[in-house]
Design a protein around this ligand. Structure first.
Ligand code: ATP
Length: 508
């Protein structure tokens, strides 16, 4: 299981070495919290997008897609509440000059206490063995109860401060908990201030009287302002969904942890429009559906958990996150939110246009309610790398790093490798490559020893290596090597495509 900074460092180094992810503008020393996807990264990213799109749009008859512009009328963000309320509370340590999110400092403090409880539970489990009753232990152990009481008290003050937007109370909480700056070790904090996360820019030339507009901080609003267009032209009936994949931009106060928190990132969002009063039923439905989607990637259940929001956003009446066990611990990968009629109502008011649904059965019009599923593409990418990165010691004493990427998402499905560069082997291998490449993304390589070439393919997660040798010239058979087991099998050439297809289609 993950949970160590070392693993994150290894993933970052591996991603760079094998063309998954590069720092943006690296030759100019990089731009913080912006990353570029390299030759293998872009393939993996496209495969994730493709799978999400198929699962949401193609497999649901009542969900359609959209690709709205990143630039939107500035009033959109006034209506959505982002101009007034899309803030994070920030605080600076006066000694280290480091900036932090005040809420995250408290959350990290709470996580440490929760960790201590977990350790107590593990210790007790070891001590009592099979007889251990976790529920009873949690309900009766004095040390656990004291810690839980402390968590409850801090959470009470924390949620109250956030809900009332009381920045003084938030600072007082940080002081009372004696939270120290991890860098300077001091408790010398500035006041807590609000910081709006939207990037703004000028639209049009200044001589035209340019307008200040925003880079969208979420893709959802592009869906809301197109609700009527899609509903009318697609003759959609409630309940129905609109899905979109696209870039979003947030001027995050603290953007560390690789592609987990970037200032430019990609979201895959689906807004599901329902009859008022039915939103909680659909919220529960999508909560379960989305968890099933994550598990369908082949990543074990223990990497995931639901997390209920302590504080609801201004637009929500229910909200759960799906958290993933990243190398930094459990953190949000996807949000499922019941957004009520907040957005459509607000756009209706601001635009003066009627944004409603005519319900034939009830013979009346109303503003639909919305359930949203919002997953970060980059965080899904990082989750897959976290699960896939594996260091193995082999029987002959050597080591390999293998990326156990789910085969249907792997950047390259098969590598075609002539054993040597002579005797007509490359020509034969080329023929195989030409046969496969229209169906699967394949890689042809003849340089280096076969062992080295296998290692390179392991490192980028290629499920199959196909080796052409002298016997191939005689009887048209090749060896096919499977990435995880490293087992090699001799098969007739014409079976290659079917074997690859079977492996990568098992999920789709
Ligand atoms: P967090 O609490 O981590 O800042 P959030 O609750 O603000 O996230 P949402 O507004 O619910 O996030 O956005 C939906 C999804 O978009 C998140 O679950 C996450 O996967 C992704 N996401 C949000 N912010 C970022 C970011 N800065 N970098 C990468 N992905 C992000």
């Amino acid at each position: 299981m993950a949970n160590n900074e070392d693993l994150l460092k290894k993933i970052i180094a591996h991603s760079k070495e094998y063309g998954f992810i590069f720092q943006s503008s690296e030759i100019y020393d990089g731009l913080s919290a912006a990353y570029d996807y390299g030759q293998n990264g872009v393939e993996l990213k496209n495969n994730i997008k493709d799978y999400w799109w198929k699962s949401m749009v193609q497999y649901h008859e009542n969900i359609v897609g959209l690709d709205s512009a990143i630039f939107m009328h500035p009033t959109v963000w006034k209506a959505s509440g982002h101009v007034d309320a899309f803030n994070d509370p920030m605080i600076d340590n006066k000694d280290s000059k480091k900036r932090y999110r005040a809420d995250v400092l408290v959350e990290d403090y709470l996580a440490k206490i929760e960790d201590k409880i977990k350790k107590e539970v593990n210790k007790a489990r070891k001590r009592f063995g099979d007889d251990f009753d976790e529920k009873q232990f949690l309900a009766t152990n004095k040390r656990v109860l004291d810690r839980q009481a402390k968590i409850d008290e801090i959470k009470g003050r924390f949620v109250d401060a956030l809900e009332k937007n009381d920045l003084v109370a938030l600072k007082k909480l940080i002081e009372d908990l004696e939270i120290k700056c991890p860098l300077s070790g001091s408790k010398n904090w500035t006041d807590v201030r609000q910081f709006n996360l939207m990037f703004s820019t000028q639209f049009g030339s200044l001589s035209e009287g340019a307008n200040q507009i925003y880079l969208r901080p979420e893709t959802a609003q592009g869906i809301f302002v197109n609700y009527l267009n899609v509903q009318k032209t697609g003759r959609m009936k409630l309940p129905f969904g609109i899905a979109q994949i696209g870039k979003a931009f947030r001027n995050e106060i603290v953007a560390r942890q690789f592609i987990f928190r970037m200032r430019e990132f990609e979201q895959m969002e689906m807004q599901f429009f329902v009859k008022p009063g039915e939103e909680i039923k659909w919220f529960n439905y999508w909560k379960e559906e989305r968890m099933k989607w994550h598990l369908s990637l082949g990543i074990p259940e223990s990497y995931y958990r639901f997390h209920e929001h302590d504080k609801l956003a201004h637009y929500a009446n229910a909200a759960f996150d799906i958290d993933f066990d990243f190398p930094m611990g459990f953190k949000e990968i996807e949000g499922i939110h019941s957004r009520t009629d907040f957005d459509l109502e607000a756009h209706q008011k601001m635009s003066g246009k009627k944004i409603q649904y005519f319900d034939n059965e009830e013979n009346k019009s109303y503003v639909p309610y919305v359930v949203e599923t919002s997953i970060g593409l980059d965080r899904t990418f990082l989750a897959i790398l976290t699960f896939a990165y594996t260091e193995e010691k082999l029987e002959d004493g050597s080591e390999r790093v293998v990326m156990k990427i789910p085969p249907f998402l792997a950047p390259i499905k098969a590598a075609v490798l002539p054993l040597t560069k002579k005797d007509g082997l490359p020509e034969k291998a080329r023929k195989i490559m030409d046969n496969l490449k229209y169906d699967y993304n394949c890689h042809y390589e003849e340089k280096d020893t076969i062992g080295r070439r296998y290692r390179r393919q392991d490192a980028i997660g290629t499920p199959y290596c196909i080796t052409v040798d002298h016997q191939t010239l005689e009887d048209n058979t090749v060896t096919i090597r499977e990435r995880d087991s490293m087992k090699q099998e001799r098969i007739p050439m014409e079976k290659i495509s079917g074997i690859i297809g079977e492996k990568i289609c098992s999920v789709l």
